[in-house]
Design a protein around this ligand. Structure first.
Ligand SMILES: [Zn+2]
Length: 269
Protein backbone atom coordinates (compact mmCIF):
# COMPACT_ATOMS: atom_id res chain seq x y z
CA UNK A 1 0.00 0.00 0.00
CA UNK A 2 1.33 3.43 -0.88
CA UNK A 3 1.73 6.15 1.71
CA UNK A 4 -1.21 8.06 0.24
CA UNK A 5 -3.52 5.07 0.41
CA UNK A 6 -2.47 4.29 3.98
CA UNK A 7 -3.30 7.82 5.04
CA UNK A 8 -6.69 7.80 3.26
CA UNK A 9 -7.66 4.44 4.77
CA UNK A 10 -6.75 5.71 8.23
CA UNK A 11 -8.76 8.89 7.76
CA UNK A 12 -11.84 6.78 7.00
CA UNK A 13 -11.18 4.38 9.88
CA UNK A 14 -10.71 7.24 12.35
CA UNK A 15 -14.41 8.04 11.94
CA UNK A 16 -15.16 4.84 13.88
CA UNK A 17 -13.26 6.11 16.91
CA UNK A 18 -15.15 6.39 20.18
CA UNK A 19 -15.45 9.76 21.87
CA UNK A 20 -14.81 8.58 25.40
CA UNK A 21 -11.16 8.45 26.54
CA UNK A 22 -10.01 4.83 26.63
CA UNK A 23 -9.85 3.36 30.14
CA UNK A 24 -6.56 2.19 31.58
CA UNK A 25 -3.05 2.79 30.31
CA UNK A 26 -2.47 3.49 26.62
CA UNK A 27 1.24 3.04 25.96
CA UNK A 28 2.26 4.63 22.65
CA UNK A 29 5.25 3.31 20.70
CA UNK A 30 7.55 5.71 18.86
CA UNK A 31 10.87 4.91 17.21
CA UNK A 32 12.29 7.86 15.25
CA UNK A 33 11.25 11.50 14.97
CA UNK A 34 12.57 13.67 12.15
CA UNK A 35 15.13 11.05 11.12
CA UNK A 36 14.71 12.03 7.49
CA UNK A 37 13.83 8.57 6.19
CA UNK A 38 10.57 7.39 4.59
CA UNK A 39 10.27 4.56 7.12
CA UNK A 40 6.83 4.08 8.68
CA UNK A 41 8.54 4.22 12.08
CA UNK A 42 10.17 7.61 11.35
CA UNK A 43 7.67 10.44 11.94
CA UNK A 44 8.04 13.92 10.55
CA UNK A 45 8.87 16.59 13.10
CA UNK A 46 5.71 18.49 12.13
CA UNK A 47 3.47 15.47 12.73
CA UNK A 48 5.11 14.70 16.06
CA UNK A 49 4.76 18.34 17.15
CA UNK A 50 1.05 18.23 16.33
CA UNK A 51 0.69 15.04 18.38
CA UNK A 52 2.59 16.57 21.30
CA UNK A 53 0.34 19.64 21.14
CA UNK A 54 -2.72 17.40 21.26
CA UNK A 55 -1.30 15.50 24.25
CA UNK A 56 -0.36 18.72 26.06
CA UNK A 57 -3.94 19.96 25.76
CA UNK A 58 -5.41 16.89 27.46
CA UNK A 59 -6.66 17.31 31.04
CA UNK A 60 -3.92 17.36 33.71
CA UNK A 61 -2.82 13.88 34.79
CA UNK A 62 -3.72 12.23 31.49
CA UNK A 63 -0.15 11.89 30.15
CA UNK A 64 1.96 10.23 32.84
CA UNK A 65 5.21 8.36 33.33
CA UNK A 66 5.28 4.59 32.94
CA UNK A 67 5.64 4.19 36.73
CA UNK A 68 2.67 6.48 37.41
CA UNK A 69 0.55 4.45 34.99
CA UNK A 70 1.72 1.21 36.66
CA UNK A 71 0.86 2.71 40.07
CA UNK A 72 -2.70 3.35 38.89
CA UNK A 73 -3.04 -0.19 37.53
CA UNK A 74 -1.65 -1.64 40.78
CA UNK A 75 -4.21 0.43 42.71
CA UNK A 76 -7.00 -1.04 40.59
CA UNK A 77 -7.71 2.29 38.90
CA UNK A 78 -9.00 2.44 35.33
CA UNK A 79 -8.09 6.11 34.97
CA UNK A 80 -7.34 7.00 31.33
CA UNK A 81 -3.54 7.30 31.21
CA UNK A 82 -1.31 7.90 28.21
CA UNK A 83 2.34 6.87 28.27
CA UNK A 84 4.86 7.84 25.58
CA UNK A 85 7.63 5.35 24.82
CA UNK A 86 10.54 5.55 22.38
CA UNK A 87 12.19 2.29 21.33
CA UNK A 88 15.90 1.70 20.72
CA UNK A 89 17.53 5.06 21.64
CA UNK A 90 18.03 6.87 18.34
CA UNK A 91 19.93 10.18 18.47
CA UNK A 92 16.85 11.95 17.13
CA UNK A 93 14.99 11.06 20.33
CA UNK A 94 17.22 13.73 21.88
CA UNK A 95 17.83 16.00 18.89
CA UNK A 96 14.21 16.27 17.72
CA UNK A 97 11.74 14.79 20.21
CA UNK A 98 13.31 15.97 23.47
CA UNK A 99 12.91 19.75 22.99
CA UNK A 100 9.26 19.20 21.97
CA UNK A 101 8.58 16.98 24.99
CA UNK A 102 10.50 19.23 27.41
CA UNK A 103 8.69 22.39 26.31
CA UNK A 104 5.34 20.70 26.98
CA UNK A 105 6.49 18.90 30.17
CA UNK A 106 5.44 15.53 28.70
CA UNK A 107 6.92 12.52 30.52
CA UNK A 108 8.27 9.66 28.41
CA UNK A 109 10.28 6.43 28.47
CA UNK A 110 13.25 5.46 26.30
CA UNK A 111 13.76 1.71 25.85
CA UNK A 112 17.49 1.70 25.32
CA UNK A 113 19.59 -0.85 23.43
CA UNK A 114 22.64 0.15 25.45
CA UNK A 115 25.26 -1.31 23.12
CA UNK A 116 24.26 1.19 20.43
CA UNK A 117 24.76 4.29 22.59
CA UNK A 118 26.95 6.80 20.75
CA UNK A 119 27.45 4.44 17.81
CA UNK A 120 25.70 3.14 14.71
CA UNK A 121 22.18 1.79 15.24
CA UNK A 122 22.79 -1.48 13.50
CA UNK A 123 21.55 -4.91 14.48
CA UNK A 124 20.45 -8.10 12.81
CA UNK A 125 17.11 -7.46 11.09
CA UNK A 126 17.23 -3.71 11.61
CA UNK A 127 14.75 -1.94 9.36
CA UNK A 128 17.13 1.00 8.89
CA UNK A 129 18.26 1.10 5.27
CA UNK A 130 21.29 2.82 3.81
CA UNK A 131 23.69 4.48 6.22
CA UNK A 132 22.88 3.43 9.77
CA UNK A 133 21.30 5.95 12.09
CA UNK A 134 23.27 7.10 15.11
CA UNK A 135 22.50 6.21 18.71
CA UNK A 136 21.88 8.76 21.43
CA UNK A 137 24.81 9.58 23.76
CA UNK A 138 25.08 8.96 27.51
CA UNK A 139 25.41 12.71 28.16
CA UNK A 140 22.09 13.32 26.40
CA UNK A 141 20.45 10.48 28.32
CA UNK A 142 21.78 11.95 31.58
CA UNK A 143 20.31 15.35 30.72
CA UNK A 144 16.89 13.91 29.90
CA UNK A 145 16.86 11.65 32.98
CA UNK A 146 17.91 14.53 35.26
CA UNK A 147 14.86 16.51 34.12
CA UNK A 148 12.58 14.00 35.82
CA UNK A 149 10.60 13.62 32.59
CA UNK A 150 12.55 10.70 31.12
CA UNK A 151 12.55 7.08 32.30
CA UNK A 152 15.43 5.07 30.83
CA UNK A 153 14.40 1.45 30.38
CA UNK A 154 15.99 -1.80 29.21
CA UNK A 155 15.82 -3.03 25.58
CA UNK A 156 18.79 -5.46 25.82
CA UNK A 157 22.39 -4.46 25.07
CA UNK A 158 22.69 -5.74 21.48
CA UNK A 159 19.02 -5.52 20.44
CA UNK A 160 19.08 -9.30 20.58
CA UNK A 161 16.49 -11.17 18.57
CA UNK A 162 13.65 -12.53 20.77
CA UNK A 163 14.86 -16.09 20.18
CA UNK A 164 18.28 -15.09 21.54
CA UNK A 165 17.10 -13.20 24.62
CA UNK A 166 19.15 -14.21 27.67
CA UNK A 167 19.56 -12.97 31.21
CA UNK A 168 23.06 -11.95 30.09
CA UNK A 169 21.55 -9.52 27.56
CA UNK A 170 19.17 -8.12 30.16
CA UNK A 171 21.86 -7.69 32.80
CA UNK A 172 24.43 -6.24 30.39
CA UNK A 173 22.00 -3.45 29.50
CA UNK A 174 21.18 -2.96 33.19
CA UNK A 175 24.89 -2.74 34.02
CA UNK A 176 25.52 -0.20 31.24
CA UNK A 177 22.67 2.06 32.36
CA UNK A 178 23.63 1.80 36.02
CA UNK A 179 27.26 2.60 35.25
CA UNK A 180 26.40 5.72 33.24
CA UNK A 181 23.19 6.97 34.83
CA UNK A 182 23.44 5.62 38.37
CA UNK A 183 20.15 3.72 38.43
CA UNK A 184 19.06 0.33 37.14
CA UNK A 185 16.14 0.21 34.69
CA UNK A 186 12.89 -1.05 36.20
CA UNK A 187 11.09 -1.52 32.90
CA UNK A 188 11.80 -3.58 29.78
CA UNK A 189 10.58 -3.75 26.18
CA UNK A 190 10.91 -6.92 24.09
CA UNK A 191 12.83 -6.44 20.85
CA UNK A 192 10.43 -6.53 17.87
CA UNK A 193 7.71 -6.36 20.53
CA UNK A 194 7.66 -10.15 20.64
CA UNK A 195 6.92 -11.85 23.99
CA UNK A 196 9.40 -14.53 25.08
CA UNK A 197 7.44 -16.88 27.38
CA UNK A 198 10.42 -18.84 28.69
CA UNK A 199 12.04 -15.60 29.90
CA UNK A 200 9.04 -14.35 31.85
CA UNK A 201 10.30 -15.56 35.24
CA UNK A 202 13.61 -13.75 34.70
CA UNK A 203 11.76 -10.64 33.51
CA UNK A 204 9.40 -10.59 36.49
CA UNK A 205 12.39 -10.81 38.82
CA UNK A 206 14.07 -7.81 37.21
CA UNK A 207 11.38 -5.47 35.94
CA UNK A 208 8.13 -3.90 37.00
CA UNK A 209 6.79 -4.10 33.45
CA UNK A 210 7.80 -5.75 30.17
CA UNK A 211 6.26 -4.18 27.09
CA UNK A 212 5.21 -6.05 23.97
CA UNK A 213 4.10 -4.77 20.57
CA UNK A 214 0.68 -6.38 21.00
CA UNK A 215 -1.97 -3.76 20.34
CA UNK A 216 -4.22 -2.92 23.24
CA UNK A 217 -4.73 -0.90 26.39
CA UNK A 218 -3.76 -2.06 29.87
CA UNK A 219 -6.31 -2.51 32.63
CA UNK A 220 -5.97 -3.47 36.31
CA UNK A 221 -5.32 -7.19 36.61
CA UNK A 222 -3.39 -7.33 33.33
CA UNK A 223 -0.08 -9.17 33.25
CA UNK A 224 2.81 -6.71 33.72
CA UNK A 225 5.12 -9.02 31.75
CA UNK A 226 2.80 -8.62 28.73
CA UNK A 227 2.19 -4.87 28.65
CA UNK A 228 0.20 -3.93 25.54
CA UNK A 229 1.15 -0.93 23.42
CA UNK A 230 -0.19 1.08 20.49
CA UNK A 231 2.18 1.98 17.64
CA UNK A 232 2.38 5.46 16.12
CA UNK A 233 3.37 5.53 12.45
CA UNK A 234 4.42 8.03 9.83
CA UNK A 235 1.18 7.75 7.84
CA UNK A 236 -1.11 8.27 10.84
CA UNK A 237 -3.26 11.36 10.22
CA UNK A 238 -3.92 13.40 13.37
CA UNK A 239 -7.50 12.06 13.63
CA UNK A 240 -6.16 8.50 13.56
CA UNK A 241 -3.65 9.46 16.25
CA UNK A 242 -6.45 10.93 18.39
CA UNK A 243 -8.41 7.70 17.92
CA UNK A 244 -5.60 5.81 19.69
CA UNK A 245 -6.63 7.60 22.89
CA UNK A 246 -10.39 7.11 22.58
CA UNK A 247 -12.90 4.29 22.54
CA UNK A 248 -11.84 0.71 22.08
CA UNK A 249 -9.07 1.04 19.48
CA UNK A 250 -11.40 -0.13 16.71
CA UNK A 251 -9.68 1.94 13.95
CA UNK A 252 -6.27 0.64 15.09
CA UNK A 253 -7.38 -2.99 15.04
CA UNK A 254 -9.17 -2.59 11.70
CA UNK A 255 -6.05 -1.08 10.14
CA UNK A 256 -3.87 -3.92 11.48
CA UNK A 257 -6.26 -6.42 9.85
CA UNK A 258 -6.11 -4.58 6.52
CA UNK A 259 -2.30 -4.59 6.53
CA UNK A 260 -2.22 -8.29 7.48
CA UNK A 261 -4.65 -9.12 4.66
CA UNK A 262 -2.66 -7.09 2.14
CA UNK A 263 0.50 -8.93 3.16
CA UNK A 264 -1.24 -12.31 2.96
CA UNK A 265 -2.26 -11.67 -0.67
CA UNK A 266 1.24 -10.55 -1.52
CA UNK A 267 0.72 -6.81 -1.75
CA UNK A 268 3.67 -4.69 -0.75
CA UNK A 269 2.37 -3.63 2.64
ZN1 LIG B 1 13.77 -2.19 19.20
Amino acid sequence: MSTGIRTKVKQQLARAAGRVPGEGATVLIYHRIGGGTADELDLSTADFTAQADLLAELPPGRVVSLDAAADRLDAGLRTPSTVLTFDDGFADTYDTAWPILRDRALPFTVYLASGMVGGPMRWEGSTAKGAPAVGIGWEQLREMAASGLCTVANHTRSHARPALLTTGELDACGDDVEEHLGTRPRHFAYTWGTPVPHMETALRARFRTSATGQVGRNLPGGDPVRLHRVPVRRTDPIDFFRAKLHGRLLPERAYARIVATAKAVGARA
